[in-house]
Design a binder for this molecule. Structure first.
Ligand code: XUL
Length: 522
C-alpha cells in the first residue's frame, strides 16, 4: 500500500490529499481554512487587511502553522509512516524574505517544539506579498525599460513585467526598505518556502514556479543574469537554485518524523498551484484546456516553445511535466462571484438557480466583472462596467456576470487555445454545473469536471509518486499516473448547439465593450 501525500497551499486554505498508488484512489483528503482555523492571524479570505487595496500580503508564519496543524490531522487519521513521498503546490508568485538560511533557523531549540516561533525569528519581512498584490506598476516599468521593453522581457521570461510577479515585488521591497533588503539572506517563493520547512533546509524552486517571477530565462530554465541584475542588487545569492519539477530535493526532516510518526519520506520539489493542477487533471492531450475556478480563475493548456513571447495576454510557464504551458489569470474569480452572490441577496443554491432559470446572454446585458483590480486585462481601477441593461433583476445580473467571466476567459485565451476540444474543470466552483454549462456554451467545447475540486493537491500527490518512482529508476508516465484519478468522461457538461451563434455575437460585443472601457480608463 504505497501512499503519497500532496499539499496545496492556496490563497485561502491548505489542503492535503493522500493517494494509494496501487489502488489508484484518494485515501484521505482534508482542508484547513486560514480565516476560520487560524483566526488569530486576522486574515480575510487568506490575506491581511490593508488600507491600500493594491497592497495584498499574507503572514508566512500562518502557512507554517497550517502545515503543522494539518499534520496533526493526518497523523490522527492515517498511518503516516506508510507515506513514501511528499510534494506540494502553492499559490504562485508570492515571496517570503528570510534573514538567515532555514537550516540554521530550524535547527534552533528542541525538535518537538512548534515550528512557528522559529520561522518568525528567521523572517526579514513579517509578511509576504502575494499574487493579488498590484502595487508595483512603477517597478514593472523600470524592469521592462532595463531589459529592452516588455516584448524583450516576454521573449526572455515568458511574461511581460507583471505587478504580482516576484521580480517587481523584490525590487519594491529593496527600494522601499533597503535596510531590510540588506538583512535578507534568502528570498523564497511560497512553494520553495513550504518545501524548505519539510526538508529543514533551504529548498530549490522548480522550473515551473520559477517561471512566474520574470527572473528565469524560460528557454534555458535557469536564472537570467540580466533580469536578476535589473530586479535588485545582489539578488542572485539570495535566490534558491532552480531544479526540474520531478526532482527529489531531500528527505522529510527528523522533526516531522519524531513529532508525527512519518517515515523517511522523499520530498519532491513543490511547484505552483496551476502547474500542479495540470498534473492533477491529467492535462496531457493536445487540444485539452483547463479552466480552474478558484480564488483566481485561470485558463491554461500545454503549448510549444514558439508561444513564448507570442502574446501580451498571459504567460508561458515551464510545465511541471516538461515542455511548456500557456496561462491567463483573472483576479475576479471566486471572491468576485461571492460578492456578486451577496449583492444579489442569494445563497449558492440561489446563484445556481439564477443561472438555470435565465436565458443565455442575459437580455443583451454585458458585464465586465471587475469588482476588484483585474489582472487580465490589466484594470487598476476596480468597478463593474455594464452595458445594455441598467436595471437587471438579480437573476439576470448573476447570469450576465458569469457570462462576462466566461467571455473574458475565451477571448484572452485565444492566442494559445484556438481549437479547444475538451475542457477540464478544476477549483471549488467547478462543482457548480450551471457555471460549467456557461463555460461549455461560450467555448463550444465539452467540460469535464474533475474528480476532486482540489486538483492542485491531487497533482502534488501524483507528482510525489512520479518523482519517487523516477528516482527509484522505475518511472511512471504522466498518462499512467493520472489514469483512474482524472477520468470523468461520464459527467461531461456538453455545449448546447443552439447557443453557439448567440454566444459568438456576445463574444464580439464583449470584446468591443472591453476595448472601449480600457481606452476610456487609459
Ligand atoms: C497565476 C496566479 C494565480 C495564483 C493563485 O498566475 O497568479 O492563479 O497562482 O493561487
Amino acid at each position: 500500500m504505497p501512499l503519497y501525500l500532496g499539499f496545496d497551499l492556496s490563497t485561502q486554505s491548505l489542503t492535503a490529499v493522500v493517494i494509494d498508488s496501487d489502488r489508484r484512489t484518494v485515501v484521505f483528503q482534508t482542508s484547513l481554512a486560514f480565516d476560520r482555523e487560524l483566526a488569530d492571524y486576522g486574515t480575510r479570505s487568506g490575506v491581511l487587511p490593508s488600507t491600500d487595496p493594491q497592497v495584498v500580503h499574507a503572514p508566512p508564519v500562518m502557512w507554517a502553522d497550517a502545515l503543522e496543524r494539518i499534520c496533526v490531522v493526518l497523523a490522527a487519521r492515517i498511518d503516516v509512516s506508510q507515506i513514501r513521498a511528499i510534494s506540494g503546490a502553492a499559490q504562485q508568485h508570492g515571496s517570503v524574505y528570510l534573514a538567515r538560511d532555514l537550516r540554521s533557523a530550524l535547527a534552533v531549540g528542541d525538535v518537538m517544539d512548534p515550528i512557528g516561533p522559529r520561522v518568525r525569528a528567521a523572517l526579514a519581512r513579517a509578511t509576504a506579498p502575494i499574487w493579488l498584490d498590484c502595487s508595483t506598476s512603477a517597478q514593472c516599468r523600470a524592469l521592462a525599460t532595463a531589459l529592452g521593453g516588455d516584448g524583450a522581457l516576454r521573449a526572455l521570461t515568458g511574461s511581460r513585467a507583471c505587478e504580482r510577479f516576484t521580480a517587481a515585488q523584490i525590487r519594491k521591497f529593496a527600494e522601499d526598505t533597503p535596510e531590510a533588503y540588506a538583512r535578507t539572506a534568502r528570498v523564497h517563493l511560497v512553494s520553495s518556502f513550504m518545501a524548505s520547512l519539510l526538508i529543514g533546509d533551504d529548498a530549490p524552486v522548480d522550473a515551473a514556479d520559477a517561471s512566474g517571477m520574470n527572473l528565469m530565462d524560460i528557454a534555458a530554465r535557469r536564472w537570467s543574469r540580466e533580469a536578476i541584475d535589473a530586479a535588485a542588487p545582489g539578488l542572485e545569492s539570495r535566490l534558491p537554485t532552480i531544479v526540474e519539477s520531478p526532482t527529489v530535493i531531500g528527505t522529510l526532516a527528523h522533526s516531522w518524523r519524531r513529532r508525527f510518526g512519518f517515515g523517511a519520506a522523499d520530498v519532491v520539489a513543490w511547484t505552483g498551484d496551476n502547474p500542479s493542477t495540470a498534473v492533477g487533471l491529467g492535462l496531457t492531450r493536445a487540444g485539452d484546456l483547463a479552466v480552474s475556478l478558484g480564488t483566481s480563475d485561470t485558463v491554461f493548456g500545454g503549448c510549444e516553445a514558439d508561444a513564448i513571447g507570442a502574446s501580451d495576454d498571459g504567460h508561458v510557464f515551464a510545465s511541471a511535466m516538461g515542455g511548456y504551458m500557456a496561462l491567463v489569470c483573472f483576479a475576479n474569480g471566486s471572491l468576485a462571484r461571492e460578492r456578486m452572490r451577496d449583492r444579489c441577496g442569494v445563497d449558492w443554491a440561489g446563484f445556481a438557480a439564477a443561472l438555470r432559470d435565465t436565458a443565455p446572454t442575459a437580455g443583451g446585458a454585458i458585464v465586465l466583472p471587475w469588482l476588484s483590480a483585474e489582472i487580465t486585462p490589466p484594470v487598476p481601477r476596480p468597478g463593474l462596467r455594464t452595458r445594455g441593461a441598467l436595471r437587471l433583476d438579480a437573476a439576470t445580473a448573476i447570469r450576465a456576470f458569469v457570462e462576462g467571466q466566461a467571455c473574458a476567459m475565451r477571448l484572452h485565451s485565444r492566442w494559445f487555445a484556438l481549437h479547444v476540444q475538451r475542457i477540464r474543470a478544476a477549483g471549488g466552483a467547478s462543482a457548480n454545473r450551471e457555471i460549467l454549462q456557461i463555460v461549455a456554451d461560450v467555448f463550444e467545447a465539452e467540460v469535464l469536471p474533475g474528480t476532486t475540486t482540489d486538483a492542485a493537491a491531487l497533482g502534488a500527490a501524483l507528482r510525489a509518486w512520479h518523482g519517487d518512482r523516477a528516482a527509484a529508476g522505475v518511472p511512471v508516465s504522466w498518462d499512467d499516473l493520472a489514469a483512474g484519478f482524472a477520468d470523468t468522461t461520464a459527467d461531461a457538461v456538453r455545449p448546447i448547439a443552439s447557443r453557439a451563434a448567440v454566444y459568438r455575437r456576445l463574444l464580439e460585443k464583449h470584446e468591443a465593450f472591453e476595448r472601449e472601457c480600457l481606452d476610456r480608463d487609459s
